[in-house]
Design a protein around this ligand. Sequence first.
Ligand code: AMP
Length: 192
Amino acid sequence: MLNIVIFGAPGSGKGTQSDKLIEKYRLFHISTGDVLRDNIKRGTELGAIAKDYIDKGQLIPDDLMVSILADVLDANREQARVGVIFDGFPRTIAQAQALDAMLAERGTGVTAVVGLEVPEEELVQRILLRGKLSGRADDNLETVKNRLDVYHNQTAPLRDYYQKQGLYRAIEGLGAIDDIFGRICAVVDALD
Ligand code: AMP
């Protein structure tokens, strides 16, 4: 199984590159942000809880997020058998530990963590542009700063967590989408 965590700050291109990866490698894509936004759209109880956090640029509590991820994995056992792209999860050390445990229970583990590295000024510009183009509610100037702070405080330490396990692969996340994708493919093709 090829289980890839696509890792990076908001606006680093995780969603864009995940779409290309699933097409090329036929992996199952789990974007926790998409799962939450879908719940908001459908007006579920989970969606109502998630909306408050997302609008403030805060993280959904770990326990809730971990149980959501376990449900998605269980509901898609067949498709997930080839491998999974984890996009937007884990975002905290606690989530990373829970992911390790969840995958171990299923007889597998994280194969590699692809870290998209993009300078801060570029992130802000990309997020604001995405907000204009897609109308994504949390892509606005007020929320961006908070999301980047949350990233630095809670998510960036995962780089070290995975580096210590020899799983982290840094990717230069600047340039043309296809060039960045080429760098990622070179890493993925060299796995196993
Ligand atoms: P994303 O689409 O990955 O940028 O996620 C959008 C928002 O959803 C984030 O700013 C968080 O509020 C929430 N979210 C998504 N994934 C997670 C996660 N793994 N843990 C906590 N909150 C999350």
